[in-house]
Ligand binder design. Structure first.
Ligand code: ADP
Ligand code: MG
Length: 253
């Protein structure tokens, strides 16, 4: 855990809870009863081989996928309740993917202000201030008026993170956000994420960056064949209990 992370032990509320979650696509059972919890201000890192169900698990947390069985609670929303308010859920959850999906015809600032303006009806001047603040958070203050194509891949991904931050989510989900980037650009994006963690953002992140995971994770969840195979602190990566995690780590490093 980072040294300068605010102490959140006083209010150890669970922000994300998955209990015995099953998810199938047609006849293929992809999640076979997974359970884990994410506490406020903590970083959970999901690791595991390709196809083990990491992305599906994240997508279930934002209700981009519905589950076949089990329970998911996110920021007080019961995701299987018939009266779930999807709009309110999505206000609480920010999600960033490998592909940035910035609108090419809008400037960086316009991309960031779009949802606060349209969804939250934020007045123009406040939206401008918010965009400036969020761009500063990701170290891109000077790119306010730039268009996405004028940015490097790492800068575009940081702009996408700023866009998500502008909605002031209570929890952020990151799915392999550096996988398309070369090592130098990967580093600058990871530093932004680490700073967010230090500032106390609750997050769940899928990554193949094992050194980063070891450093930043309060909790590591190793998924294998649709199950949570092993859970523990970042140091778990130095002493895997199962042969499957051992094999995975040997393959990753
Ligand atoms: P990971 O992110 O760990 O690589 P995924 O969650 O993307 O794994 O995928 C887990 C399994 O679910 C894979 O076998 C994948 O092919 C399958 N899968 C994912 N999404 C769909 C979908 N929309 N329809 C059918 N199968 C899917
Ligand atoms: Mg994936």
């Amino acid at each position: 855990m980072s040294q300068n992370r605010p102490d959140t032990s006083a209010g150890n509320d669970v922000v994300v809870l998955l209990r015995n979650v099953h998810k199938s696509f047609a006849n293929l059972e992809v999640l076979k009863g997974i359970s884990f919890e994410v506490k406020r201000g903590e970083v959970t890192v999901l690791i595991g081989p390709s196809g083990s169900g990491k992305s599906t698990a994240l997508r279930c947390v934002d209700r981009l996928e519905t589950i076949s069985q089990g329970q998911i609670d996110v920021c007080g929303h019961n995701l299987t309740a018939p009266d779930l308010d999807l709009r309110k859920l999505r206000l609480d959850v920010g999600i960033v993917f490998q592909s940035y999906n910035l609108f090419p015809h809008l400037t960086v600032a316009e991309n960031i202000m779009l949802s606060p303006r349209t969804v939250k009806k934020l007045p123009k001047q406040q939206a401008v201030e918010l965009a400036k603040h969020c761009l500063a958070q990701v170290g891109l203050s000077e790119k306010f008026d730039s268009y996405p194509e004028q940015l490097s891949g790492g800068q575009q991904q940081r702009a996408a993170i700023a866009r998500s931050l502008a909605m002031q989510p209570k929890v952020m989900l990151f799915d392999e956000v550096t996988s398309a980037l070369d090592p130098q650009l990967t580093g600058e994006v990871l530093r932004v994420i680490e700073r967010l963690a230090d500032d106390g953002m609750t997050m769940v992140m899928v990554t193949h960056e094992m050194n980063f995971a070891r450093r930043i994770a309060d909790q590591v969840v190793f998924m294998h064949q649709g199950k949570v195979w092993e859970t523990g602190p970042g140091s778990m990566l130095d002493s895997p209990a199962t042969p499957e995690l051992q094999a995975f780590l040997a393959h990753e490093l």
